[in-house]
Design a protein around this ligand. Structure first.
Ligand SMILES: [Zn+2]
Length: 338
């Protein structure tokens, strides 16, 4: 099956390269930069971004990994050691039902700014929330803007994990963005590109952390939740750089062989990820890791946006820590532009 996927991907790269040539571009990367409307940053800028991530974020992740190795009392980390709680605690359970998740999220939003709480309350009154997972329900989680009423819909599959709380806060950030742009005369202005859209949601994840005691009354659990989330925020960067750098190489070299693809992937993966983790005996599986990232097949070159937005969200959060009221006002004014 993996061999078939690789063959399919090879054909896909060839076809995409031909599309780019037909449209007068040198390669599919240049074609996609134009197609995605990236008029304010270049491939060179993204290369510099990758290098900055390597220089500033990767050493932090190396430290996290080393702390994890010591906590687990291991001489070497293996790939499966990365996703367990190092102290062996059971998963956090911040809520039981979708109703409780909503109730607590509204409280968090209200504490930040009554307007934010009002957005979610309006959605609840209009039946625009489907939060709990259930048998037969489609997977996923998203905020769906509805242009006619201007009141969006949040769909998700909450069970009762920390991840679900973060998703709810994230989608809540998108929802607030929908409310703030509902009066814009042009519908196109209500659908900004992801660099901006994800800034709304990722900033909300971070700014809301001051009020996560609503979900975690135990200070140790609260600390664990925040630490887990913040580490996850930083871990976004190296993976985004890995996927993005790999895609540039693929489409700059459309005639590469499968062996070259495996080699280049492994090189880039090792540059940014799991630098002290041993893959001994599992090396033959590592070249396939990128296959799990559906973007490479379905939405080529749509990925660096996550890191751009995350970096922006960290800047919003820095402003918030210095002056919460001013930061929240600035956040809402910026989002209201579309
Ligand atoms: Zn989002």
């Amino acid at each position: 099956l993996v061999a078939q996927l690789h063959q399919l991907f090879t054909e896909l790269v060839q076809l995409r390269h031909q599309v780019a040539l037909n449209a007068g571009f040198a390669n599919f990367r240049d074609y996609m930069f134009a197609a995605l409307g990236r008029f304010d940053y270049t491939p060179e800028d993204t290369f510099n971004f990758h290098a900055a991530i390597r220089a500033t974020v990767v050493p932090l992740i190396d430290e996290f990994d080393d702390a994890r190795r010591r906590a687990l009392a291991l001489s070497t980390l293996r790939p499966w050691d990365l996703d367990v709680d190092p102290s062996g605690k059971p998963p956090l359970r911040p809520f039981q039902t979708g109703e409780e998740l909503l109730e607590k999220t509204i409280t968090v939003f209200q504490r930040l700014d009554p307007f934010l709480g009002q957005c979610l309350t309006t959605m609840r009154q209009m039946g625009h929330l489907d939060l709990e997972s259930r048998k037969g329900k489609a997977p996923g989680g998203y905020n769906y803007p509805l242009d006619e009423t201007g009141v969006p819909f949040i769909f998700m599959n909450a069970t009762s994990s920390l991840r679900d709380v973060v998703t709810m806060l994230h989608e809540g950030g998108h929802a607030v963005h929908s409310f703030l742009t509902r009066r814009l005369p042009l519908s196109a202005d209500k659908h900004p590109p992801s660099e901006v859209a994800e800034l709304a949601s990722m900033s909300m994840e971070l700014m809301s952390m001051d009020h996560w005691d609503v979900f975690f009354s135990d200070p140790a659990e609260l600390r664990r939740a925040k630490k887990t989330h913040l580490e996850g925020v930083l871990e976004t960067f190296p993976w985004v750089a890995t996927i993005d750098k790999f895609q540039h190489w693929i489409y700059e070299n459309p005639d590469h062989t499968e062996a070259q693809r495996h080699q280049r992937w492994t090189q880039i993966f090792q540059e940014f990820n799991q630098r002290s983790v041993s893959w001994s005996g599992l090396e033959k599986f590592r070249p396939y890791l990128w296959q799990k990232q559906l973007h490479l097949y379905e939405v080529p070159f749509y990925y660096i946006e996550y890191a751009l937005a995350q970096l922006g969200a960290i800047a919003v959060w820095r402003n918030f820590r210095q002056d919460p009221a001013a930061a929240l006002a600035g956040y809402q004014q910026a989002l209201a532009l579309g």
